[in-house]
Design a protein around this ligand. Structure first.
Ligand code: IMP
Ligand code: MG
Length: 189
């Protein structure tokens, strides 16, 4: 961090962040998504699985917008390999502690980018005998897709840019932004 940026008082607003979706826009869309999920799962008892770490903020708001009897679990996934590019080989770093046979599963993810992570995770969960497996993703960067993934509940389609905030990070930074921003220059951290 340079001396001048160290003196900047705000983490939530700096020259490297270009606002894309405001906190108000996000909350309004999540209210609609929660209402839709509550309607679709009426009378059922779905298990929402948050994908760590990026989905933790979205999941927190989504469950409070979903008036339904539901349960919450978390999984953590990582791509094999040291590079920044996803190899398509995916590893479960934290697995579920509960069986999901016969359960209605709703995977909750921050963003679908190439789709490699989610296509692996969704088929893995299906193979465990879940009754249904659906996906809710806050952001859909569709231009980047390498593997087709059906997203049942989409918050916002976004252009091909690197975004941070509202759970999404760059090198673990910016997860706490209350809104979503494009990170203009990742080298200038
Ligand atoms: P993919 O769909 O397998 O390529 O991987 C999606 C994962 O990559 C997401 O769950 C995020 O953790 C991360 N990711 C992809 N695009 C972005 C971005 O623009 N900002 C922050 N993380 C991202
Ligand atoms: Mg993620």
């Amino acid at each position: 961090m340079s001396a001048s940026s160290a003196q900047q008082s705000s983490e939530f607003s700096n020259a490297n962040l270009e606002p894309l979706l405001s906190a108000e826009q996000i909350q309004a869309r999540i209210s609609e998504m929660g209402a839709e999920i509550a309607r679709d799962y009426a009378g059922r008892n779905p298990l929402l699985i948050g994908v760590l770490k990026g989905a933790f903020v979205f999941l927190g708001d989504l469950v409070r917008a979903t008036d339904l009897r539901l349960a919450v679990e978390f999984m953590a996934i990582s791509s094999y390999g040291a590079g920044t590019r996803s190899s398509g080989e995916v590893k479960i770093v934290k697995d579920l502690d509960v069986p999901i046979e016969g359960r209605d599963i709703l995977v909750v993810e921050d963003i679908v980018d190439t789709g490699l992570t989610l296509s692996y995770l969704l088929s893995n969960l299906e193979s465990r005998g879940a009754r249904s497996v659906k996906l809710a993703a806050l952001l859909d960067k569709h231009e980047r897709r390498l593997r087709e993934v059906r997203i049942d509940y989409i918050g916002f389609p976004i252009p091909d840019a690197f975004v941070v905030g509202y759970g999404l990070d760059f090198a673990e930074r910016y997860r706490n932004l209350p809104y979503i921003a494009v990170l203009k220059d990742p080298s200038q951290d």
